[in-house]
Design a protein around this ligand. Sequence first.
Ligand SMILES: *Cc1c(COP(=O)(O)O)cnc(C)c1O
Length: 465
Amino acid sequence: MNYLSTRSLEPGTSRFGEVVLRGLAADGGLYLPVQWPRLGEAQVEGLRGKPYARVAAEVLSLFADDLHGSDIRAVTAEAYEGFGHPAVAPLVQTGPDDFLLELFHGPTLAFKDVAMQLLGPLFDRLLAERDRTMTVAAATSGDTGGAAIAALSGRERVRICVLHPHERISEVQRRFMTTTGAPGVENLAVQGTFDDCQGLVKDMFADEAFRTAVSLGAVNSINWARIVAQSVYYLTSSLALGQAGRPMSYCVPTGNFGDVFAGYVAKRMGAPIGRLIVATNDNDILDRALRTGRHEPRAVQATHSPSMDIQVSSNFERLLFEASGRDAELVTRLMTAQRAGEAFGLPESVRARISEEFSSYRAGSEEVADRMRRAFEETAMLIDPHTAVGLVAADKARAEGLEGPLVTLATAHPAKFPGAVEAATGRIPALPPHAEGLMAAEERFEVVPPRLEAVQRAVQRLAGA
Ligand SMILES: *Cc1c(COP(=O)(O)O)cnc(C)c1O
């Protein structure tokens, strides 16, 4: 399997290992496979009811044919042994044909663990093979950072620097990052938004000399391995509930468009998936873009679902590449406008192609709080605000006539956002036993201005370069 960049006119020649270690392509584009691998019908059937790690190994081997099968099986086994549920990503029924897919049973209580836990052992193997080390720079809107630190700290060949927007994430989110006390970990609280953090990471990647000097690596969802790992739970859940002629639809709380794009990948592989619903909070740029064809950034608003407070969704680039018939020139042009903070129009053919498979809905703050309250009244479940954004969107899709089984991705544990949950329901969600010490542990982080030199200095110090 070879990979190409969304901004390159060259035929793709990169292999999976290289794609994972590089993160972002040298031309600033994102990697995609040259062709979509497809599981045959018999292969799909063979995966029904199999253990999660086994399905993950099968999927990874389709995309990573440059890795040994035994390595792949070891990586996936290690990745999922630490989950707090034997199904890893269990389905819970909430209505006659409505389901939640619980993705928060990993160490830091959000779906980011599902992919990040796989990235840890994968990096170990890829770096050992090449006798290299790596300095990971990650921007987080709240959950990626904790998941990355849990997955990567203590690994001999990896150091990690996480940038989070200062005072714009929940305390529980921050504490998952700042209390580990592990060596080789640096937390920077950037005085700006998540988009600033993500821009700074991208700028570090664009600085070729710097990138080489510290051997920079990426774990944001620009990293292809994350998307592959996330496609697995779409496959397992669609096989558990769906069948030919009765495809599953998915409603996905969306920020950087990584998770919902993983659904698209699973569909390309042959999973029985119908519509993919993009759920946004008040930061509704994707909903507006899909409805009107105009991609127009506005100021980021702080909401109770901070992991979705994003205006610049990296992985939307992958969808644009796909929906334009892989037109790298168009993608380069649109992404250059985006980086400059400008609005751009989607060509009508591209918008039409996207709407064949994707719908979108926005959930306002009031609606989200109401939905948390209603979920508690109806099912006695406490739902986190991100998941609630998904449920509001799911309700709206039903109201517009969506039929068949519908799975909403439960992307975080309610205890990660106790303030919002308590305000909506009057109940304080309890942390699971493994996280109980979190609120008393000592924190370590450094506040920095949103400037490249400040961040580069910290990364250099960490890398010892
Ligand atoms: C990251 C995150 C999202 C958004 O996922 P994307 O892949 O960025 O679209 C939604 N909910 C939670 C809890 C998250 O941590």
